[in-house]
Design a protein. Structure first.
Lengths: 167, 325, 432
């Protein structure tokens, strides 16, 4: 495991710098619940963006439903704009297998046909199982399958990374 | 005993047969999940379905005809991308002498994943649940006078939607409680979810003996029973009960227990009016009330789809090996 | 055939005898208790040490399902099951197909039963033709054919005029009438006690007044006619109280309860177990208490199995659609023993309710263990535990509320008319 990760704030700065030039008025931000939503909120604040924002909950689109069932706490998706023809910037905290991104894209297409979807992530940890790659990446890591990184939020620490090794 | 039939060993819902005895956490989980499903039928969606139950075969087995209930389950299943097969058993195999369990065994052999069962006898869905293969889930869509759990849940969803919580509510269930599976499911759900005052309002001929044991307050007079309540849950009066030895006439029933604008004034000013449908206007409810501002009857129908989607998803997910409780 | 039963704990409920003694049987009678008659040379010796030796049980209601209902059970299977249960005399209700309403049917049944091993079979004749409650049967003829009493079984007798006439006619010949008190109108469509469980689960109810109104009618007509009436299968506290008062007033009535009603209540129907769908319905815990009190104070005269073997097709249905009844002839003894343990009764007190008391109601020489009495004996191990399961039941009816549960007390030998009609443990048997 890497000993010293950059803080989320540092990575958000890096990501904001990559994204800023690409933002146009027909863009919309879409955060995947919950880490992607935190990332979206932070970017909006940094860049003082005034473009539509959506929250996606992919519980009903997961491909592992028959394996693990419904997530115990499902949240509704909230997409307060017309997806049709929109340029969408999809945001998530960590990119791993690519399955979450596939589910999120399926969900978006059920709302309409976007003009484009680009993907921004705070961390790309490798280990892809689907042909998905991010357009904007804060940090590339090469983690073993039993290593996990996730974005967490608490009142005392704010946004921070948690590294775990799971058997 | 019933709980071990409805719940998996690790406490997840395997079948939904009755709300009686289900823990509040399960009821709340269903209501919370249903809230997420409301968006699936939202206007802004091009595709008003999610792929959750794609490839699953859901059989609506109705031993008792009810187009309305069957349709709501069918819509819910289709919004989850499941394949739905409707069977009206009255018209087919039962008349050929095939037993209930034979029918179920036959359908199981057709690779069913879920049975939605409506039957005229109490406990029919329990019987089926006891005999199906482990991967098959059973939802009770009404068994005799016993239970109609998804109706009870959608009523709870509606109540929570308009009133926020249950712990400060006074609710009156009005009408033919004796013959009503809906009333029994409502009462079990309300008491489980912590509603402090559940009333039943009906003539003695339409109340079960010992109904107080269900944790309700009994009223025979409408003006006393709905005084200061937050919600009036009307029940349907079956045609065959309107005259005979239980009630002399529909007219006398309406006069004493029909919900009119005047009687509704006795409830709290912001009280809501619910009805499981189909309504007998002018028998148990006045049109002015049914179509009035306090009526949330059409919301019940909308919410009913989301609640049934939630139940189907939770059941289908409970079979998953690595599922989280 | 001479049988020597050694070292058993001999209990005769009628006389109060309870001692470890030997019993000697010759031909079809008991010829010695305690000491052997002169020149007694046994052909068979049964080692009964550790066993209770008591009169063969007398069961007031065992459905043998013949004629006509052989898909549920057969005469052969149920006679054998009765012997396995230690029953040596049984009354069979007339609810066969066709019902026992003609002498020919009764004679045929008696004849067939006589030529099979197993208990003495005493048919109860139909009170009305086809049990329809309209026209009387030829009671005198039926009595000659072998009927001990007349009843409607579980069929209703709606018309009180017919009931009055039936009592008057039966009284003419001094024939006993056995009636299950249930008002057909009040019980209409009902399947369960009108109490908390029916309120919860919405079972169509049978209110207690269905029983008390019927008892009231019967008692008034008994006062009027002087007919000998036995009330079969009481179920409610209020009903038992009415019988208690009527007996106190000197009315010549007797009554019984089904053995399941001593133990089970409406609570047992809450799991929709169709095997708990009984007639009369299992009632409240208070009613069950009243049944136990009624037995203790002698208001209730006898306990019977109300044996009703039902085929699987008729039971594997939702509770209210399933055919009523439970198999029980093999559980009569263990359930009576269970009650005795729970109520703190002595063995001879408890066994009296399934031996000499029902024998007296039936009017037969049975249920007593004494010199000169018929050699109808039941030898059971009061400690032996066994699990009720389809394979452990000899009856073709596997419909027991006790499936999967443990019973204590098991019949080891049954002697009927001096013949060893059932033996579970050949190790204890020696041929001399």
């Amino acid at each position: 495991m890497p000993a010293n990760l950059p803080t989320p704030d540092q990575l958000i700065d890096a990501l904001a710098a990559q994204i800023a030039p690409q933002i146009t008025p027909d863009c919309a931000l879409v955060g995947i619940h919950t880490g992607g939503v935190w990332l979206m909120e932070a970017l909006v604040q940094r860049l003082k963006l005034d473009i539509p924002q959506a929250v996606l909950s992919i519980a009903f689109y997961r491909d592992d439903f028959s394996r693990i069932g419904l997530h115990p706490e499902t949240k509704p998706s909230h997409i307060p704009f017309d997806v049709e023809g929109r340029r969408i910037l999809l945001l998530d905290d960590v990119l791993y297998t690519g399955r979450t991104i596939r589910a999120a894209m399926n969900l978006l297409f059920d709302y309409g046909r976007p003009a484009s979807i680009r993907l921004g992530v705070l961390v790309d940890r490798g280990g892809r199982e689907l042909p998905v790659c991010a357009d904007y990446v804060g940090l590339n890591l090469d983690l073993d399958p039993d290593e996990h990184v996730s974005l967490e939020k608490s009142e005392t620490e704010g946004l921070h990374f948690v590294m775990k090794r799971k058997p | 005993m019933k709980d071990s039939l409805q719940l998996t060993e690790d406490g997840r819902l395997r079948h939904l047969l009755t709300l009686e005895g289900l823990p509040a956490r399960i009821l709340t989980q269903i209501l919370d999940t249903a809230a997420s499903f409301i968006t699936v039928s939202a206007q802004e969606r091009d595709v008003k379905k999610v792929p959750l139950l794609r490839g699953k075969a859901i059989f609506n087995i109705f031993f008792e005809n009810s187009t309305r209930t069957r349709t709501t389950f069918e819509i819910a299943a289709k919004r989850l991308s499941a394949d739905v097969v409707n069977l009206n058993i009255n018209a087919s195999s039962q008349s050929k002498g095939e037993t209930l369990l034979d029918t179920v065994a036959n359908l199981s052999a057709m690779q069913a994943d879920m049975f939605i069962v409506r039957h005229a006898a109490a406990g029919a869905s329990h019987l089926i649940a006891r005999h199906v293969a482990p991967h098959i889930h059973v939802i009770n869509a009404g068994d005799g006078r016993c239970a109609h759990p998804t109706q009870g849940l959608l009523d709870m969803f509606t109540l929570r939607h308009y009133k926020g919580a249950f712990h400060n509510l006074r609710v009156a269930v009005v009408g033919d409680v004796l013959h009503s599976r809906v009333a029994r499911s409502q009462i079990h759900a309300l008491t489980t979810l912590g509603c402090p005052e559940v009333r039943v309002v009906a003539p003695k001929t339409l109340l079960p003996r010992d109904v107080e044991n269900l944790g309700v307050h009994v009223f025979h007079k409408m003006n006393e029973g709905i005084k200061d309540v937050d919600a009036v849950l009307m029940l349907r009066l079956q045609n065959e009960r309107m005259r005979g030895s239980r009630l002399p006439s529909a007219g006398e029933y309406y006069k004493h227990w029909g919900l009119t604008p005047d009687k509704l004034k006795l409830a709290k000013p912001d009280a809501i009016v619910m009805h499981p449908g189909p309504m007998n206007r002018g028998v148990e409810i006045d049109s002015a009330v049914a179509d009035g501002v306090q009526s949330v009857i059409l919301s019940q129908v909308t919410f009913g789809i989301a609640v049934r989607m939630a139940v189907m998803s939770l059941l289908a997910g409970a079979g998953a090996t690595g599922a989280q409780a | 055939m001479k049988v020597h039963i050694r070292n058993g704990r001999v209990i005769d409920p009628a006389s109060g005898l309870d001692a470890v003694q030997d019993v000697y049987v010759a031909a079809s009678h008991i010829v010695g208790v305690g000491s052997a008659p002169a020149d007694f040379h046994a052909n068979q010796i049964i080692d009964a040490s550790g066993l209770v030796v008591c009169p063969g049980l007398v069961d007031l209601a065992v459905r043998l399902r013949e004629p006509g209902l052989e898909y549920k059970a057969t005469l052969e299977s149920e006679m054998h099951a009765a012997a396995v249960g230690g029953v040596t005399s049984l009354a069979c209700p007339p609810d066969t197909d066709p019902p026992l309403d003609e002498p020919g049917l009764v004679e045929m049944l008696k004849f067939r039963a006589k030529h099979m091993p197993g208990p003495r079979v005493y048919p109860i004749g139909a009170l009305t033709r086809q049990l329809k409650g309209e026209r009387l049967t030829e009671m005198a003829e039926l009595q000659e054919a072998g009927c001990m009493a007349f009843s409607q079984a579980d069929a209703p007798l709606v018309d009180t005029q017919v009931l009055l006439r039936a009592m008057e006619y039966a009284k003419t010949f001094d024939l006993p009438i056995w009636l299950r008190p249930q008002d057909a109108h009040l019980a209409r469509e009902g399947v369960a006690h009108d109490g908390v469980v029916a309120a919860r689960l919405g079972f169509p109810p049978i209110p207690v007044p269905a029983e008390t109104v019927a008892i009231s009618t019967i008692l008034l007509l008994v006062r009027e006619t002087g007919a000998r009436v036995h009330l079969a299968r009481l179920s409610s506290r209020a009903g038992i109280e009415m019988v208690r008062r009527a007996k106190h007033d000197g009315l010549p009535i007797t009554c019984d309860v089904g053995v399941h009603h001593i133990h089970l209540s409406e609570m047992d129907t809450a799991g929709f177990d169709a095997n708990c769908h009984l007639v009369p319905p299992l009632r409240s815990l208070r009613d069950r208490e009243a049944i136990r009190r009624g037995l203790a104070d002698g208001t209730i005269d006898a306990v019977c199995s109300d044996h009703a073997p039902v085929d699987e097709d008729a039971k594997e249905l939702p509770f209210q659609e399933a055919e009523a009844g439970a198999t029980g002839v093999e559980l009569l003894l263990p359930l009576t023993l269970k009650w005795a343990r729970e109520a703190g009764l002595s063995l001879h007190q408890a066994l009296g309710f399934i031996s000499h008391r029902p024998a007296d109601i039936l009017g037969v020489d049975g249920g007593r263990l004494a010199v000169g009495r018929p050699a109808d004996l039941c030898l059971f191990d009061p400690e032996s535990a066994w699990i009720v399961s389809p394979s452990n039941l000899a009856s073709l009816g596997k419909n027991s509320p006790y499936l999967g549960l443990e019973m204590q007390g098991r019949v080891m030998f049954t002697l009927i008319d001096g013949h060893l009609d059932f033996r579970r443990d050949p190790q204890r048997l020696r041929h001399a």
